[in-house]
Ligand binder design. Structure first.
Ligand code: SF4
Length: 465
């Protein structure tokens, strides 16, 4: 869709109440999903209802966005527009839900919630974390399930996936925690009406489950929709071992049909359960953890919007959250950090001044190498529009002029009593020009920032000063 198509349906008054300079600019933001329809107050007036409805249909994602939980830790499942990330972007990270059972010993129950809640890793300026708790009723006892659900919500604000196929058991847990908007698992061909009633009564999203039967799943989703359930998640079934191929095929078919065939009743988030890898009797639980991690990574790349896992080992979870983050970064926007000058250690007026670009991966790698070596120095970060050093130099996003400008803008000369800059080895070709343009003398540092500390040790203070 083009901005012009959207523009034609806007009020076209150029009143600027949306914060944009005109309707065309707002249309471009809508197309990029950087603005939402209610931000145009005129569009919300009754006389524009028809246009609003048309725009809503035009702009809504092919995969419905389903909110689970309440408050700061709530998550959005789905809300996707494209099959392949580079066709546009993916919007909502698949949620990883850590499994608990209502019969787990208290100590283990509490420890697993603590691990899930506190799991955090900083990766190129982003906080990576886990998202949900999946609580299974293995007791099939309403009071036991209710007590476990209460306990979980006392210990964490992470959203819950409540798993019980018996409506009475589910209802008792919902009577205690239904106001937290848990995801209900699951409506099947046998219990769908009772589960749909619970979803409507407590205003909670509901999983439709028909493992390895896509026609039945579509029919179930249609039945639930016609019954009035709006927020649905699809469970097409997950199998380990020889069933992996079929599992991944089904996830792909569902997402393909939702996006490319515009199948209304398949346009919902998908639930994957890599936890099935634990059903295999392995000699060592490490094998199950390894298999679960493999299956989770395969499902992250194949459109699962929520993944239920059992392992809480850092070695299995950390690569998964990296993979997820890398797939879900917006390819339209380079991952960048703010340009500026940053202190490392306790620099003084005689300390070295190093240079890099504002591509996040470059910046955090350099920063980590400097910190690891306990260097006392200044780091000047040039705005290269989020490109790495080599690409920025090749694409003229970092030039002698931008470096000279950065030295002046960030008042680097006021921090030190010398005029000597250490530039990255990959920017070597700019050294002469930088010297001419900025008036600073230049040393060409190592190609890799892991060599920065040794370079400074061998070359500072510079002989040219
Ligand atoms: S508020 Fe609506 S009518 Fe006014 S400029 Fe923005 S898009 Fe146009």
């Amino acid at each position: 869709m083009s901005p012009i198509e959207v523009y034609k349906m806007l009020p076209m008054t150029n009143c600027k109440e949306c914060g944009e300079s005109n309707c065309m600019a707002f249309a471009a933001k809508l197309v990029n999903r950087e603005a939402t329809l209610p931000e145009c107050p005129l569009l919300m007036e009754p006389k524009h209802t028809e246009a609003y409805n048309k725009l809503w249909m035009l702009l809504k994602p092919a995969v419905k966005a389903v909110e689970v939980g309440t408050g700061d830790k709530s998550v959005t499942l789905g809300g996707e527009y494209v099959l392949y990330r580079h066709e546009f972007t993916y919007f909502n990270l698949p949620s990883i839900a850590i499994d608990l059972s209502d019969e787990m010993p208290q100590e283990e129950f509490e420890a697993r919630i603590k691990i899930a809640d506190e799991f955090e890793y900083e990766y190129i300026g982003m906080q990576l974390s886990l998202d949900m708790i999946a609580l299974r009723s293995t007791s099939n006892d309403p009071a036991t399930f209710e007590a476990a659900a209460r306990k979980a919500t006392d210990l964490t604000e992470m959203p819950l996936l409540l798993c019980a196929l018996t409506p009475d058991v589910m209802e008792q847990a919902l009577s205690a925690v239904g106001n937290k908007r848990p995801l209900i698992y699951a409506a099947t061909k046998d219990n769908w009406k009772e589960m749909a009633d619970l979803a409507l009564k407590y205003n909670c999203p509901l999983v439709a489950s028909a493992p390895f039967h896509l026609d039945a799943l579509k029919s179930l989703a249609r039945t639930l929709t016609e019954y009035g359930v709006v927020d649905i998640v699809l469970d097409p079934g997950t199998q380990w071992d020889e069933g992996i191929g079929k599992t991944l095929d089904n996830f792909t078919i569902l997402r393909w049909d939702a996006i490319n065939e515009e199948e209304e009743y398949l346009g919902f988030p998908l639930l994957g359960a890599p936890i099935v890898a634990w059903t295999e009797e392995a000699d060592d639980p490490l094998i199950n953890e390894w298999n679960e991690a493999m299956l989770t990574s395969a499902l992250i790349t194949r459109y699962s919007d929520i993944l239920v896992v059992h392992s809480v080992s850092g070695w299995s979870l950390l690569p998964l959250v990296f993979l997820r983050q890398n797939l879900y970064t917006d390819p339209r926007k380079p991952v960048s950090v703010e340009a500026g000058v940053f202190n490392y250690g306790n620099p003084n007026e005689g300390s070295p001044v190093l240079l890099t670009t504002n591509f996040a991966l470059t910046y955090y790698t350099v920063a980590s190498d400097i910190e690891g070596a306990k260097m006392d120095c200044y780091l000047v970060v040039v705005d290269s529009e989020g490109l790495s050093v080599e690409s920025a130099v090749a694409g003229r996003k970092m030039t002698a002029d931008t470096v000279a400008e950065a030295l002046v803008t960030f008042e680097v000369g006021d921090l030190v009593n010398h005029r000597h800059l250490i530039i990255p080895g990959r920017a070597a070709r700019l050294s002469g020009e930088i010297k001419e343009t900025s008036g600073w003398t230049v040393s060409v540092g190592p190609l890799d920032s892991s060599g920065a500390a040794k370079f400074v040790e061998d070359n500072w203070p510079p002989k040219t000063d």
